[in-house]
Design a protein around this ligand. Sequence first.
Ligand SMILES: [Zn+2]
Length: 262
Amino acid sequence: MQVEIRKLDGDEMEFVLSDASPAVANSIRRAALRDVPIMAIDEVEFKANDSAMYDEIIAHRLAMVPITTPAKGYVLPSECGCREGRCEKCSAELELKAEGPGMVYSGSLNPSDEEVRPVNSSIPIVRLENGQRLELVAIARLGLGREHAKWQPGIVAYKYMPVLEFDPKLCNACGDCVKACPKDILEIVEKKVRVKDLTRCTMCKACAEACSSKAVKVSGDPTKFIFKVESTGSLPPDQIILKAVESLQARFEEFPKLVKKL
Ligand SMILES: [Zn+2]
């Protein structure tokens, strides 16, 4: 198996996985969405809430705010010895104190650990009218995407590497396929069709349909995949994939042990 990183920029990453199978590619995608622990607000203690919104709605909104996850230092509450999910190994507090009038943003959350803070400070939470107060302590914990979408570290998707074949015996370089391609990735060079950027092909087959001499064949390579990762900002996108593979490895190591017990 080989991995070639094509783009790694902020919260976005694109890489090509080759010499693999659809099962491997899908396992990586599913593990990234379900089994990578990240921080999210999991419990809120309200001290004052004069706003028009119920406590539950504000708590739900806070849970949707992406929170940064430190590389080390925290464990899942289920793996922590404290059992209550309130010790400093498995939880971090973010305090919020606001008074109206005005909009309360995610930036008002004051973290107890600087490494566990909102990814973005401009996410609106609730509007307060003149004299209204909002005071609360939010508790962030590690969790998994399989439990709740608030612990999903981002979006991971892949497609097969496109394969475009132009039969030289049938192709007369008429250029109909070049005009038909919605992604504009084809061109005619020296009476032959040339693909400018294969990875941008969506396999829509517009080129094959436009070709009156049936010289174009579009297919996907089931051993090569183009992955796109978009992080919520909680973890860097390369870390999402690395941790997904680690979780798969751990499960594959556990599997033979469980089989032996049978
Ligand atoms: Zn604990």
